[in-house]
Write a protein that binds this ligand. Structure first.
Ligand code: ATP
Ligand code: MG
Length: 270
């Protein structure tokens, strides 16, 4: 990795079958909102099926990275490539199709307050034109996976915060996305409920979906045993992969105090 020349890395990303390339690649990305610089020279790649944690203080640029992946924002300079497609070269007509391959979960859940649990999830299928008999099957599958099929007739306000977030995750997953972006998904939850949500994201990742999880809580991501990119002032401050696999079935407390866990610092992926 560290021995590859920039030219060779470029080649890696552009050649070969799509599955062998990074599912997400940023190359020297700057993002400027009007007069506010949000990201500066950000480069990294994410492998298919990876669980990536993005951390850093408020205003560091975490949400901006996620918005670029979702093609909800476009780089001012540099390149963003998602599933082999270059953001700046995408025709606007093709963006909705790419977005279908990306699920997004937010800190504040963003459920439709006047629709019940079932309708909130089914809506994501309706807007992409899935036939109704398939919608029932798919909604049942994802709501069962998050443990909320029995509460499908409830309105969001009749659910706890953790349950609302599980509905939001079911909605993000119902179109079987290749990438799940979770922007501070545990920010409004108590530690125990937060852990349940994180375990659910791990399960989703184990089933093959690439997950990008952002949080300002650096302490918690260190316990995950996953790759952590720290963003500071719009730049990547570090990109660390953990060598020791963490037992995801252990409780959070067990993991936090696991002795002998070491991290290996690797060069920033370009
Ligand atoms: N729509 C916008 N217009 C102008 N500036 C923006 C906009 N969105 C974000 N910014 C600025 O870009 C920078 C990065 O913001 P971003 O939301 O990506 O940070 P963040 O790391 O997600 O922060 P937080 O932890 O508070 O969510 C900040 O300085 C912010 O003020
Ligand atoms: Mg943010």
């Amino acid at each position: 990795m560290s021995t590859t020349s920039p030219g060779a890395r470029e080649h890696d990303l552009n050649a070969g079958p799509l599955e062998e390339r990074g599912i997400i690649a940023f190359r020297h990305v700057d993002l400027v909102y009007k007069d506010q610089a949000a990201l500066k020279d950000v480069s990294f790649t994410v492998a298919n099926g990876e669980f990536l944690c993005l951390t850093g203080p408020s205003g560091a640029g975490k949400s901006s990275v996620l918005r670029l992946i979702a093609m909800d924002a476009f780089p001012t300079r540099g390149q963003v490539i998602v599933r082999g497609m270059l953001a700046t070269k995408m025709s606007r007509r093709r963006i909705p199709r790419l977005r279908r391959e990306i699920g997004f979960v937010f800190q504040d859940f963003r459920l439709l307050e006047d629709r019940n649990v079932y309708e909130n999830v089914a809506f994501a299928q309706l807007v992409v034109g899935v036939p109704s008999h398939q919608i029932v099957r798919n909604v049942m599958r994802v709501l069962t996976n998050v443990g909320l099929w029995d509460k499908r007739h409830r309105l969001p306000r009749q659910l706890s915060g953790g349950e609302q977030q599980r509905v939001a995750i079911a909605r993000a997953m119902v179109n079987s996305p290749k990438i799940l972006l979770a922007d501070e998904p545990t920010g409004n939850l108590d530690p125990v409920t937060a852990q349940e949500i994180i375990d659910l994201l791990f399960r989703i990742n184990d089933a093959g979906t690439c997950v990008v999880f952002s949080t300002h809580d650096h302490g918690i991501v260190k316990t995950f045993g996953q790759r952590v990119i720290v963003v500071q002032g719009g730049r990547i401050a570090s990109d660390v992969k953990r060598r020791v696999p963490v037992d995801r079935n252990a409780s959070l407390a067990d993991r936090m105090y696991r002795p002998g866990e070491t991290a290996t610092r690797e060069p920033v992926h370009a």
